[in-house]
Design a protein around this ligand. Structure first.
Ligand SMILES: *Cc1c(COP(=O)(O)O)cnc(C)c1O
Length: 221
């Protein structure tokens, strides 16, 4: 199957309200152009350097929205703000506050998700649930960055029902936070679901799915 038909098939399987982020890490820009021609306007990248090169190569496609989905080191925060309109992987108060300060200086207002670990997972970045709840008050003071919701990645090795439970708990957490009526913290978005589990994420209420392999095929290890 070519990329256009994969995109069409997946798009048709998703509710219209779910935003499809095409994860293009390691995908060459000529292939990204095919995805663009097939209607994709949201691309997700995990590395700053790679995104910078690709954005230069794709300058003639000005209506792309760029999503950072990988861990962001604080020393690259400024560059990230120049390159990305969305940052899904805000994973600490320190990073949020750094982004807040730099966004004021640069006069930009990126949309961000808070990355949360519903189950403990030493291999992933993100807040534990209690740590996130404890940081909400400080996060709510960040008004230059637009906190829009939560992002999660379930640990590897879960079965379907365990994975679905992680997504449902993420949604419940977002609802719990939304009920606290913060001034700046919004909980409208749930960025969850990758190629292997997006059908479960959508079932649990995902508003954005991040798909690489399902659209572009296997990446090199
Ligand atoms: C690579 C990556 C994806 C896409 O993974 P696939 O399994 O190829 O769909 C989604 N989200 C994040 C954070 C990623 O790093």
């Amino acid at each position: 199957m070519n990329i256009a038909s994969r995109i069409a098939k997946i798009r048709a399987s998703l509710p219209e309200s779910v935003r499809l982020i095409a994860v293009s890490k390691q995908v060459p820009t000529c292939v990204m152009r095919e995805a663009y021609a097939a209607g994709i306007r949201d691309f997700g990248e995990s590395r700053i350097q790679e995104a910078e090169v690709k954005q230069a190569e794709l300058q003639d496609l000005p209506d792309i929205t760029w999503h950072l989905i990988g861990h962001l080191q604080t020393n690259k925060a400024q560059k990230a703000l120049r390159l990305f309109q969305w940052i899904h992987s805000v994973d600490s108060l320190k990073l949020a506050q750094r982004l807040e300060r730099l966004a004021q200086e640069l006069q930009v207002s990126p949309q961000v998700c808070l990355q949360v670990k519903i189950l403990s997972d030493p291999n992933k970045h993100g807040w534990s649930v209690p740590d996130l709840l404890a940081d909400l008050e400080a996060l709510d003071r960040c008004s230059q960055i637009k906190i829009k919701g939560l992002m999660t990645i379930p640990p590897l090795g879960l079965d379907e029902s365990e994975t679905l439970a992680v997504f449902k708990r993420t949604r419940a957490l977002a609802e719990q936070i939304a009920q606290q009526n913060w001034s700046n913290l919004k909980m409208e978005q749930l960025s969850m679901g990758m190629s292997a589990d997006y059908h479960l994420a959508v079932q649990a209420g995902a508003t954005m799915v991040r798909l690489g392999t399902a659209l572009f095929g296997e990446r090199q290890a």
